[in-house]
Each structure stands twice: as structure tokens, then as C-alpha cells.
Write a protein that binds this ligand. Structure first.
Ligand code: IVH
Length: 670
């Protein structure tokens, strides 16, 4: 080989290395094996060694560009970084619980810490005497790469913690990730947000890491010993107190049923979050129980990841329509060329809201990737910009409601200090056709009046035929006219009549839910019903402008109060309820009237021992008492637990309210 040939060969190998470095470290999608990669590197170093005229700035000996992981120092984790086993459906969850009961040899009541599973890269941060001294990647779970300097560039990671109760020696573990908006700015360089985070974290030069805005949320520990913290949820609260970011959506739930319904809701709502989530993690909340359960070879027995299932395909957007929902929310829907996704032909895909369209720059005529998971509405996840035609135009979201023409607004959220992503029609009664139809569909739905002979499609048909305009019209239907309609035989008409008649007897909580007031779902409707006890009482609260008093209810806050106020400011809503209450038999909430605590009201302050608040509340209610959430003259007993709020105790003393310890209260019950 002459010098030119050697130089060409060398250049070829350097380019190959550069290409594969980029694929591996930036895109995290290598196309060659580690040994092939090593061979290229070795060849280069050999050539350089042999021919001194070669050396080049891209030489692996300069370690420039994307540093291979082999260049990071390794460190053995003090506590292994395991992964989680996966659940995809309720059966998997039931099995998970069953295994726990088998392991413990008995059934126990389980409380779960429920946490979104952010799709990023896990990291372990070692703090000694409050100082962040070392950070590692997960590696193979046993040994990780030391990436301390790169992690130090992340603002969410505290470098020094001065809280007195912060453990002297602890590994804090969590997820490093990149938010969707930040990823969108970099999307030409990486296949997805996870790869962007991974590539950035493993840059040899920390100043490269700093260029990509990484975030960190903490969720567990490695090395750590404590006598004080007894629950995962308490650990999460401590993390927050110590200055770590924890996920705002974390919560505690109890039964598989609760997990399942939260998962279902989250699967839909997750697209409004700023980051990608690929499932929920459920962890047994009690750390004692966690310790008893321990680990199998590669995952804990006390935790499981409940994944969101998804399948996807590409298709073309032929149109974008705006749907108006029951609460006035305008939802853009893409009509797509029918495509088979995981065995289901999909021709519509939700675009969620105006912000989502703008963020992804989705346009009519675009080729898009559509994802479908379980029975969740399919949604557009990305646009294939390469296929976009030159003449394509930006989609302009309408400013007026496409159904009634009213003004639309994006509400300002006082808590988050941001405008809602969702645009809404300002019409809050039955004057907007689409809202009215959706309200009626809600009124007859399973958890409301449950009129099963009257499905959604029938509501639409009856609306078109002008048979119904308001919920009360359902009880004055002209059955002779209906029996003349195509597809309606005697049997179906009498079935309809029967189920409508049956639905007239309804409990107060179901009735309040059926009204479709925003933010008054099944749970809140129950709380309102428990508090007001009868429909006449409820209406008195409204008539006498005492909605604000509902703030006394534990669980009802400003959001619900404002929504109730807005609903009843519309006089037609009030009239509809009056009409309905004369047509229906709305049963008072059944009260247990022979318990020991009849006519006694209680309130708690401080932590109870051996018992949750919920357990205490149900104990009181089982004995005919009730629980309120503010100190006022109506309160009979204030029960104080550990670390009570002084202000509440003081107020109670001033009002002459009896103060009981937990023990004294339990004595009242024997
Ligand atoms: S707990 C042994 N909590 O999921 C417990 N992991 O498959 C393991 N992840 O490597 C970790 N969010 O990258 C835990 N709230 C969360 C999580 C979470 C995301 C990731 C993490 C881990 C993987 C487990």
C-alpha cells in the first residue's frame, strides 16, 4: 500500500467509527455488535501506531466525539438496580397480588404507592453527609458507569442537602429524562426522547450534556436505612422536602379495582403531560411489607409496572374535525385513511387539543403515525415530515364553537398559573346543540340513570327527530310515534318504556352525578349527597346561595365550588333540576340511625395511630356519626392524633368543643 492508499483506508475506518459512534451514543440504536465496533477501533489504533503520519482529530485515541461507554469508570452498585416485572391487564395484577398473599401465607389489605413510569434512563445518586459525591447509570444492574459530572449539569439534582433529617449515607434513585417540548427541538438528531436522554447523559464531555435540557425525578433508594420512614409515600414526601423533584401525579390507592380505573384514566390523560410515560408503577406502600417480600432474581416481589399497551401504523390525514364534548371541550379529531392497527380498522384518531396540534404541527394531508392501545381512542403520535407536500398549510384551530358559534376560551388555571391546553365553548347550558346531546348521553349513562334501553346512538336519533331536547323529555316520550320508526318493534318499545320507568327511582348521589356538572364525578357526587342528604336540602343550598358551604366537605375544593356556581348561574340548569325532581323519585341517602354516635359530628387533626383517616371516617359513619372538615359551632368533638394543628385545637377550645384523644374517642365506641 502506498501512503495515499493507507490514508484512504484510515479515513474510511475513522468515518465508519464516527457513524457507529453516532448511532450508538446519540441515537442509542447501534447496527453493529460490540466486538465489530471494538475491531474498527483496534484497526485504527494499529494503523496509527504503524504510520505516524496518520493521527487525526477523530482518532479514538483522542476520545473526541461520542465517547464509548467503555471509557467510563465503572462502579458496583451497593444495592442492585433491578428492573420491574410487567403487567398488561387486570389478570396480571390479580396474579401479582395472589403471589404476595401466597408468599405471606395470608390475605392482607394492601396499600399501593402509584407512580407514573417515565420513559427515561435510571440513575443512582450517592450522597454522603449531604453532598452529592457520585452518580451512576444503571449499567447491567450490578455495575454502572460513573457519570457524576454529567449528572451534576442537571438542575433538578441537588448538589448539597442541609436538612437535618437527610440521611448521612444514601443512594437516591430516579429517572433522567427529557421533556417532549425540549425533545421536539432536537428531534432531527434522535429517534425518541429516551434515546436523547441516554445519548446526552453518556457524553464524555459534560458540557455536551449541559446543552440538552435533562430533568430528574426521584422515586426510590438504594443504600438507605431508616426507623422513621415507614411508607414509600412518606419516602416520596421526604424526597420532596429534601429538595428533589418527585412526580406530581404520584398517589396512594388500595384495591386492584382502583388501580385499574386509575390506569385507564391515566392512559388517556398522559398525552397532556410534558413527558413520555409508558406505564404506571405500583409499589406496596408499607416498607416493612416490602422488606418481608424481598426480591426474585431480577425484580422485587413488592412492585410491578402496569404498562400501556400500544400498536401503531402510518396513515394519511384526510380531514380534521372539531368535536364538542359535554363540558364544552373542543377536541380535534383526525379523519384518516382506514388502516389496520393490531387487528382493528382505525379511521379516526384524536389529536387531543389545540396545543397538541400546534406542538406537533399536524396538518390535513400529513402522513402520521397512529397508535392504538387497548380500548383507548387511537391517537396521532408523530408526523412524517419527509412526506409532507410543499403546498400544505398550517391547521388553524377555530376561535368559535363549531356547534353553536359561541366564543371559546382557554381557562387560566390559578394553581399551575398556566392556560389550559383545552379550548372550551363558553355556552354552559342546553343552548349549544353538541353540548346538549352529550349532556343527555351522560344523563342516561351507566353510572347516572342507567337507562339501558336508550343508548348513545338512540339519543342522537331522538335528537334528530326532535323527540328530546332536555333530560326531562325522556320521561314524556311519545311511544306511539317511536313504535312507527324503522327498527322499533313492540318489544323494543316496551323494553324502552320499562327501563325508563325503572330509572325513575334513583339515589341522590347518582342523580347529582347525572347532571353532568364539570368536576362533579361519581366520587364528588357521593360526597355532596352525603352532606346534603336529600334533594330538597340540596336545592335549598343552591337557592340560598350557600354553595360555598360545600367547602366543609373533605374532598370538595375551590375547583368544584366554582364549577357548581357556574352551573347554577345558568337559570335553565336550575329549572331542569326542578322539573326532574318532580318527575323522579330521588331517594334520600339512607342513614344509619341507630348507632351510638347519632347526631355527633367529629373532626380529626394530626396523625392517627394504627388507622388511616378513611378507616376512622367509616368507623364513625357506621355508628351514625358524621365527619366534618372545619372547626365551627356545629362540631361536637375534635379528635387529636400525633402532631395536631395548633390552630384547630385553639379554635376548638375557644368554641367550647370537646377535645378527645384517639383512645377517648375509641372508648365512645367501646
Ligand atoms: S422503581 C426495584 N419507580 O422503570 C425497583 N422505577 O423496569 C425499580 N422507572 O429501571 C425501580 N419510573 O428506569 C421505579 N416510579 C418508578 C419508576 C421506575 C420509571 C423505570 C426505571 C427502572 C425501570 C424498571
Amino acid at each position: 500500500m502506498n501512503q495515499k492508499e493507507i490514508k484512504d483506508l484510515y479515513k474510511q475506518k475513522i468515518n465508519k467509527l464516527k457513524k457507529n459512534n453516532k448511532l450508538y451514543f446519540q441515537k442509542s440504536s447501534p447496527i453493529i455488535s460490540d466486538s465489530e465496533y471494538d475491531k474498527i477501533k483496534r484497526d485504527i489504533l494499529e494503523l496509527e501506531h504503524k504510520y505516524s503520519f496518520l493521527k487525526n482529530k477523530n482518532s479514538p485515541s483522542n476520545s473526541l466525539g461520542y465517547a464509548p461507554s467503555k471509557n467510563f469508570v465503572k462502579s458496583k452498585h451497593r444495592v442492585k438496580m433491578l428492573s420491574l416485572s410487567n403487567a398488561f391487564n387486570i389478570k396480571d395484577l390479580e396474579n401479582f397480588e395472589k403471589k404476595i398473599f401466597n408468599f405471606l401465607n395470608k390475605r392482607v389489605n394492601i396499600e399501593y404507592s402509584v407512580e407514573p413510569k417515565i420513559d427515561g434512563i435510571s440513575a443512582s445518586l450517592t450522597y454522603k453527609n449531604g453532598l452529592f459525591v457520585m452518580g451512576t447509570s444503571r449499567g447491567d444492574g450490578i455495575t454502572g458507569e460513573v457519570i457524576t459530572e454529567n449528572l451534576k449539569t442537571i438542575n433538578d439534582i441537588p448538589k448539597k442537602i442541609t436538612n437535618k433529617d437527610f440521611p448521612k449515607d444514601i443512594d437516591i434513585r430516579g429517572e433522567v429524562f427529557i421533556e417532549k417540548d425540549d425533545f421536539n427541538k432536537l428531534k432531527n438528531d434522535f429517534a425518541n426522547a429516551r434515546n436523547a436522554a441516554s445519548g446526552s447523559l453518556r457524553q464524555k464531555n459534560p458540557s455536551e450534556t449541559k446543552k440538552i435540557p435533562l430533568k430528574f425525578v426521584a422515586y426510590t433508594y438504594g443504600q438507605f436505612e431508616s426507623d422513621i420512614i415507614k411508607k414509600q409515600s412518606d419516602f416520596l414526601s421526604s424526597l420532596k422536602k429534601w429538595g428533589f423533584k418527585v412526580n406530581e401525579q404520584n398517589k396512594v390507592l388500595k384495591t386492584i379495582k382502583e388501580l385499574e380505573s386509575f390506569h385507564k384514566k391515566f392512559e388517556n390523560d398522559r398525552f397532556d403531560l410534558k413527558y413520555d410515560v409508558d406505564g404506571l408503577v405500583y409499589k406496596i406502600n408499607s416498607l416493612d411489607l416490602q422488606n418481608r417480600l424481598g426480591f426474585t432474581s431480577n425484580s422485587p416481589r413488592w412492585a410491578i409496572a402496569h404498562k400501556f399497551s400500544a400498536e401503531s401504523a402510518f396513515s394519511l390525514i384526510t380531514d380534521i374535525n372539531i368535536q364538542v364534548g359535554r363540558t364544552g371541550a373542543l377536541t380535534p379529531v383526525a379523519r384518516i385513511k382506514p388502516v389496520n392497527i393490531g387487528g382493528v380498522v382505525v379511521s379516526n384518531a384524536t389529536l387531543h387539543n389545540e396545543d397538541e396540534i400546534n406542538r406537533k404541527d399536524i396538518r390535513i394531508g400529513d402522513t402520521v403515525k397512529v397508535e392504538r392501545a387497548g380500548d383507548v381512542i387511537p391517537h396521532v403520535i408523530l408526523v412524517d415530515f419527509k412526506k409532507r407536500e410543499k403546498k400544505s398549510k398550517k391547521f388553524i384551530f377555530p376561535n368559535n364553537c363549531p356547534s353553536c358559534g359561541s366564543e371559546t376560551i382557554k381557562e387560566f388555571n390559578k394553581l399551575t398559573k398556566k392556560y389550559d391546553a383545552v379550548r372550551r365553548c363558553t355556552n354552559d347550558g342546553y343552548d349549544c346543540e353538541k353540548i346538549a346531546i352529550e349532556k343527555i348521553k351522560h344523563f342516561i349513562s351507566k353510572e347516572a340513570l342507567n337507562i339501558d334501553g336508550l343508548g348513545k346512538k338512540v339519543v342522537e336519533k331522538f335528537w334528530d327527530l326532535q323527540l328530546i331536547r332536555f333530560p326531562q323529555d325522556i320521561f314524556n316520550l311519545d311511544y306511539t310515534q317511536i313504535s312507527k320508526l324503522e327498527g322499533w318493534g313492540d318489544l323494543s318499545v316496551s323494553n324502552l318504556k320499562f327501563s325508563i320507568n325503572q330509572s325513575k327511582k334513583v339515589s341522590l348521589d347518582r342523580f347529582l352525578y347525572s347532571l353532568g356538572i364539570r368536576h362533579i364525578g361519581v366520587e364528588n357526587a357521593k360526597l355532596l349527597a352525603e352532606y346534603t342528604k336529600s334533594i330538597s336540602n340540596f336545592l335549598n343550598f343552591i337557592k340560598n346561595k350557600k354553595i360555598i358551604e360545600f367547602l366543609n366537605i373533605d374532598g370538595i375544593g375551590e375547583t368544584q365550588i366554582n364549577s357548581l356556581k357556574k352551573f347554577f348561574e345558568n337559570k335553565s340548569n336550575y329549572k331542569i333540576i326542578e322539573k326532574l325532581s318532580s318527575l323522579l323519585d330521588i331517594s334520600d341517602l339512607k342513614l344509619n340511625k341507630d348507632g351510638k354516635l347519632l347526631n355527633s359530628t367529629f373532626m380529626f387533626t394530626g396523625k392517627l395511630s394504627n388507622m388511616s383517616r378513611a378507616e376512622a371516617k367509616s368507623l364513625i359513619e357506621e355508628n351514625s356519626g358524621s365527619v366534618v372538615s372545619s372547626v365551627n359551632k356545629k362540631l361536637k368533638y375534635l379528635i387529636i392524633g400525633e402532631k395536631p394543628t395548633n390552630r384547630k385545637v385553639q379554635q376548638a377550645k375557644e368554641l367550647g368543643i370537646k377535645i378527645l384523644s384517639q383512645k377517648e374517642w375509641l372508648n365512645l365506641l367501646d
